[in-house]
Design a protein around this ligand. Structure first.
Ligand code: UDP
Ligand code: MG
Length: 315
């Protein structure tokens, strides 16, 4: 295939990005204009309540490579990516934030690696500008613990900014996971994967749409969908507690100890361990429950800019 005939799809999840979306589109369009490939830009509006959709549509009138998939409400970043990927027609698909934190210039490096035969090229952050120390520290801790807990190779310090060959996209389309953890799923499918490093920029405008609550949910989805470690933790904690109890028995035979205080301490410790373990079980059970309901993963209310007329309304 000639280079210029290749089609690259860019998927951008959008949730209330009104302040910066216009700049994002301008930057992306001028980047694309200098590239030898053809591009399609797929915005997935994840239930924005601001003017994001209006701005995208106005630009769609000017640039025919823009498409829009609109959700009926906010379903979350990971589902917006899942949906966007399903609407792509490209030989390769790039997923990136709609806030210019992932610089378009990195796509050139990604395409180079793709041409060298890699099927997945993920962006690995060597620095993160403008993000709080708390976010950097928790993200770093999360990626490192996840790596230890899972038996698949989820790369460190990568978000969802990546290029995937259409083979990989085809596999992802078949996976119909409730509460998907997309970056884990991409690692799980395998193929030839490599990294390009980049410096994560500051948001051009607006604020992060990932409050702590959503970050914790994403982390839990990552853990419960790729690791059984927390379930095994109950065995370890139980064993430890038995050893602790025997140790106490032995010590108490030879010394006089403050039994009441120890009993209160032991009670709290045991209640803590038991409740945490039940909570963990609950998280896994909830995943099973979600999957068993067989609801659509998301609902698309409208699409703009796609040539085919058969409108896809659910997954
Ligand atoms: N996003 C989304 N749905 C959400 C939250 C975020 O589609 O519920 C989009 C958001 O518009 C952005 C991307 O997902 O394009 C990543 O979110 P954000 O930039 O707020 O996360 P951060 O970069 O701060 O981790
Ligand atoms: Mg961002």
């Amino acid at each position: 295939m000639e280079k210029h005939q290749e089609l690259v799809s860019i998927v951008l999840p959008v949730y209330n990005e009104e302040p910066g979306i216009e700049t994002m589109i301008d930057t992306l369009e001028s980047f694309i204009a200098n590239q030898p490939q053809n591009f399609e830009i797929i915005f997935v509006d994840d239930g924005s309540s601001d003017k994001s959709v209006e701005i995208i549509e106005n630009n769609q009138n000017l640039h025919k490579n823009i498409r829009l998939v609109q959700f009926s409400r906010n379903f979350g970043h990971q589902l917006a990516i899942t949906a966007g990927i399903r609407y792509t027609k490209g030989d390769a698909v790039v997923v990136m934030d709609a806030d210019l934190q992932d610089p378009p210039a990195v796509i050139v490096d990604m395409i180079d690696k793709w041409h060298q035969g890699y099927d997945v090229v993920y962006g690995q952050r060597i620095s993160r500008d403008g993000e709080s120390l708390f976010k950097k520290a928790t993200a770093s801790l999360f990626y490192r613990s996840l790596k230890r807990m899972t038996n698949i190779n989820i790369p460190l310090d990568t978000g969802d900014f990546r290029l995937m060959d259409k083979q990989v996209v085809h596999q992802l389309r078949q996976m119909n996971e409730a509460d998907p953890f997309v970056r884990g799923m991409v690692s799980w499918v395998g193929f030839k994967q490599t990294a390009v490093t980049y410096e994560r920029q500051e948001r051009i405008a607006g604020t992060s749409k990932y409050p702590l609550r959503k970050m914790i949910r994403l982390a839990m989805d990552g853990i419960t969908s790729f690791s059984s470690f927390p379930l095994q933790l109950a065995n370890w904690l139980g064993s430890l507690s038995i050893i602790f109890g025997i140790g106490y028995l032995i010590v108490s035979l030879f010394t006089t100890m403050d039994t009441i205080h120890f009993a209160v301490f032991a009670l709290f410790l045991m209640a803590g361990i038991t409740l945490i373990t039940i909570g963990m079980l609950g998280s896994y059970l909830y995943r099973v429950f979600e999957a068993s309901r067989r609801r659509p993963l998301y609902i698309v209310s409208r699409t703009v800019g796609f040539r085919s007329t058969n409108k896809k309304t659910t997954n």
